[in-house]
Design a binder for this molecule. Structure first.
Ligand code: PDD
Length: 290
């Protein structure tokens, strides 16, 4: 992360090392806040309305007002992205409940939120992922009951991801009550006999922006698709498994718990959908500016 980049904090644009918040901020003490990660291609945020909508839902769910109108957010985002007009970046937006000047669990009245935004380089996709796929491990979902909120309190996700890493895997697929839900920072799809299946929205998974786009592309292509719970046994028999996220797009999973998924190679429906995804990005990029 470049130290001279300007980040946004509570109305100011500051060099990164000068952006400081109180140690009594409830985000720091309790993880009391929400965030968004928005992929931006050559200075233009992708699926921005969907990210705004999810941010609004997350804020509502924890009882915070949106500190900015969409127009105000756009001003901030333009200023941050203008520093790197030709790069692909992610925008990170975070709102915490702020500080009341003391540490107390109950939420005091009249809190002033802490609003932070920055951009980071978007890692270029590794071509080996598309050609060979990734290895994942299934792990028991140790998270809480409100996984649909994009809260900054993602300690469990982080521990699960690290366990996957320690086992030589790229991601963990989280299992709750015998059902596969999502990755530690990605949504889950399987293909079985030509049918694309993803778990339905609910409290145990994040309503992913990429997930919605994949469903949209599948609908436009006439691919059979279904939102249904995926028992672990069904996951193990899948013809294809994919994980999706804004920063890593669609990742084919070719090893699950040390075993090959089907023939161990990314499948045909993955390739078709990944091509549609890139085509959608290209046509969007060619459209008028945001
Ligand atoms: N994470 N599920 C979880 C738990 C996530 O953290 C994410 C995204 C997703 C995918 O959502 P989307 O398609 O909207 O990115 C699913 C982001 C990228 C992150 O935390 O960096």
């Amino acid at each position: 992360m470049s130290e001279d980049q300007l980040v946004y904090l509570n109305g100011d644009y500051l060099p990164l090392p000068q952006a400081k918040v109180s140690v009594l901020d409830r985000g720091f003490l309790f993880g009391d806040g929400v965030y968004e990660v928005i992929p931006c291609y050559r200075g233009k945020p992708f699926r921005l309305q969907h990210h705004f909508a999810r941010l609004a839902q997350s804020l509502l769910a924890i009882g915070l007002d949106n500190p900015h109108s969409q127009a105000q957010w756009r001003v901030i985002m333009r200023r941050l992205l203008a520093q790197y007009p030709d790069q692909d970046r992610t925008l990170y937006l975070q709102i915490t409940r702020g500080s009341s000047g003391r540490r107390e669990l109950a939420i005091p009245e009249d809190m002033v939120p802490t609003v932070f935004a920055m951009s980071s380089p978007l890692k270029q996709a590794d071509p080996a992922v598309a050609s060979r796929g990734i290895a994942v491990v299934t792990l028991e979902d140790i998270r809480w009951q409100l996984c649909n909120i994009k809260t900054i309190n993602i300690l469990a996700n982080q521990l699960l991801r690290q366990r996957a890493r320690d086992m030589g895997c790229d991601e963990a697929i989280l299992i709750r009550d015998g059902y596969a839900l999502e990755g530690s920072s990605s949504n889950l799809f399987i293909v079985q006999r030509g049918m694309l299946i993803t778990p339905p929205p609910g409290p145990h998974l994040l309503p992913g922006v990429t997930r919605d786009l994949v469903l949209e592309l599948a609908a436009a292509e006439g691919t059979a698709r279904l939102e249904a719970a995926i028992p672990l046994a069904q996951l193990r028999q899948a013809d294809e498994i994919w994980l999706t996220s804004s920063s890593r797009e669609i990742m084919p999973v070719t090893r699950l718990d040390g075993e090959a998924v089907a023939n161990g190679l990314p499948g045909p429906i993955y390739r078709q959908t990944a091509n549609l995804y890139q085509a959608r990005k290209a046509s969007w990029q060619a459209e008028a500016s945001w």
